[in-house]
Design a protein around this ligand. Structure first.
Ligand code: COA
Length: 532
């Protein structure tokens, strides 16, 4: 074993200051998570309960095996938008009858559970996760369909939700719909496209058009039950496979359906793993409040991996990127972690080689981000930094082993891409509250804008207003800073959630377990042309 040593001084002023800064950010995060949990607010939650209904998260809890975790995804979706935090949809991964499933649940306390543009993104992301990892998909349905005022943003792309359901089915990935309430118009295609359908008596309403629309269209008089009630669908139309007497019965029946899926994981579960040799609590004090101060990612790795056991690859070469092999909850992983922030040519080449090795060995990769990007400047351009950065991006793009990304600190510029940012399809991507991501740092961006404006004024022979420039710089800096923060980025679904650093090992363990449901094989070739 190669147990990592630790130089973390947990009584020192730096550690204590870092920890305090992280705890303050976690408190802010908790406030925002509480908004998602509150759904549509007390009035709508109360009304929902008075109707004898369970809340979205209560439905999920009853569906899951007792005392098993639920990895909720993107709880901050829609943060910073005009829509409620959480986007009227709960999504995540949980265990039902021993089977890991993707679960989605409409939150009917938020605008009748209607889908807005962020709910749509969240639903599509859940489908992607189900498909990539071959996880059965259980939809807990009760929704007013499209959020009508924003229909232009969702109607056309929204068709993908139903397309995905049938593609999952075609790929042999089971889909189950449990209908608790409204599932009308387009929403009717959620049960329509699912493999297994359960409907709740006198609650489910599944029709293409409700009584008023039918009256308008054909003049026919009808009612909810005869058009789309559970009893009608179970006895007459055949859309419902299972008739549930109430919500609890529906969830019980959903568990029975999953128990009979005969869904098997592609990889056996690993043996019980050793915990890290250091306390995960100490993850709070590693990342400095000021991201300009570097930190040693080995201190993080030592608190994430089994037994803190890490075999470093090329430790003396390209030292600004730490690479090496470890196991996490028993699953082998290759880790790439930024050390000093900047990626130089050597780091880029080392990364490309390491990624190729992981592909040869079928080992998933974990990217721990804290990078300001690829090095700029004459010496580095002449040394071929573009070629070498491109090598790393080529390797990441064409790698076929599953990738996991965690944004610990900075994730700027093309460094975000090389380290498998969102556009590079990591199976999962999480951010710590300390993370920041943007095309470049706010000060640098404001400074670049100012230089460009000054040059433009000079070219036109106009005087340059220095006071206005200072005000503009301050404004831009503030704007970019706020747009780089994890809550803002999470609101836009650019990650799968902002997590407490102390939960990282558990979260990654759940992800690795989900990943090992599907078979995977590394790329033995098939990379693009590496520029040498
Ligand atoms: N788009 C936007 N807002 C919607 C909505 C939708 N599709 N459905 C409901 N809302 C809003 C309501 O306007 C209401 O807002 P308010 O409280 O600020 O007045 C809030 O959500 C709750 O709706 P309410 O009707 O009071 O809740 P309910 O639980 O009694 O009924 C529905 C829920 C979904 C059955 C009902 O609102 C409905 O039929 N909505 C329209 C459904 C529809 O036709 N959708 C288009 C399908 S493509």
């Amino acid at each position: 074993m190669t147990v990592l040593p630790s130089a973390l001084d947990t009584g020192g002023p730096d550690y204590l200051a870092n920890r305090e800064a992280m705890l303050a950010r976690l408190a802010d995060l908790e406030t925002e998570h509480a908004k998602a949990l509150a759904g549509g607010g007390a009035k709508y939650v109360e009304r929902h309960r008075e109707r004898g209904k369970l809340l979205a998260r209560e439905r999920i809890e009853l569906l899951l095996d007792p005392d098993t975790p639920f990895l909720e995804l993107s709880p901050l979706a829609a943060w910073g938008s005009d829509y409620a935090v959480g986007a009227s949809l709960v999504t995540g991964i949980g265990v039902v009858e021993g089977v890991e499933c993707v679960i989605t649940a409409n939150d009917p306390t938020v605008r009748g559970g209607a889908s807005n543009p962020w709910s749509l993104r969240k639903a599509l992301r859940a489908n992607d996760i189900a498909l990539a990892n071959r996880l059965p998909c259980v939809s807990l349905v009760e929704s007013g369909g499209a959020d009508l005022p924003s229909q232009k943003e969702i109607f056309i792309p929204g068709g993908a939700v139903f397309r995905d359901l049938t593609r999952l089915s075609a790929a042999g990935i089971p889909t189950v719909a449990v209908v608790f309430g409204n599932s009308t118009a387009g929403g009717a295609y959620v049960p329509g496209m699912s493999d297994h359908v359960i409907m709740v008596k006198e609650r489910a309403k599944v029709f293409l058009g409700g009584p008023p629309l039918v009256k308008m269209a054909t003049g026919e008089e009808s009612d909810d039950e005869s058009l789309g009630g559970a009893e009608m669908h179970a006895r007459v139309s055949g859309l419902a496979d299972h008739f549930a007497v109430d919500e609890r019965d529906a969830l019980r029946q959903a568990r029975r359906v999953v128990a009979r899926l005969n869904h098997r994981k592609a990889h056996p579960d690993p043996p019980r793993a050793q915990p890290p040799a250091y306390d995960d609590e100490e993850l709070l004090g590693i990342v400095p409040g000021d991201l300009k101060i570097p930190f040693d990612p080995r201190e993080v790795i030592a608190r994430l991996v089994d037994g803190s056991d890490f075999d470093e690859f090329k430790p003396l070469y390209g030292t600004s990127l730490t690479t090496g092999w470890a196991a996490l909850h028993g699953y082998p992983v290759g880790i790439l972690a930024n050390a000093q922030g900047v990626l130089f040519s050597a780091e880029s080449q080392k990364a490309a080689q390491f990624i190729q090795l992981a592909n040869q060995r079928d080992i998933p990769l974990l990217f721990l981000h804290n990078t300001t990007g690829y090095m700029v400047g004459r010496e580095y351009e002449q040394g071929g930094i573009i070629k070498h950065g491109a090598m790393m991006i080529n390797a990441v793009s064409n790698s076929r082993v599953p990738h996991l990304s965690v944004l610990m600190g900075a994730s700027y510029g093309a460094g975000h891409y090389g380290m498998c940012g969102r556009a590079y399809d990591p199976r999962f991507l999480f951010a710590w509250p300390s993370a920041k991501s943007a095309v470049m740092g706010p000060q640098q961006l404001a400074g670049v804008l100012s230089i460009v404006a000054r040059q433009s004024a000079a070219a036109k022979g106009r005087p340059y207003d220095d006071d206005a420039d200072a005000a503009l710089r301050a404004m831009v800096e503030q704007q970019i800073e706020s747009e780089s923060l994890p809550m803002f980025l999470s609101g836009r679904l650019y990650d799968d959630g902002v997590i407490d650093p102390r939960d990282t090992r558990t979260v990654l363990g759940l992800c690795l377990s989900a990943i090992h449901t599907a078979p995977f094989e590394g790329a033995r070739g098939g990379f693009g042309v590496f520029r040498m």
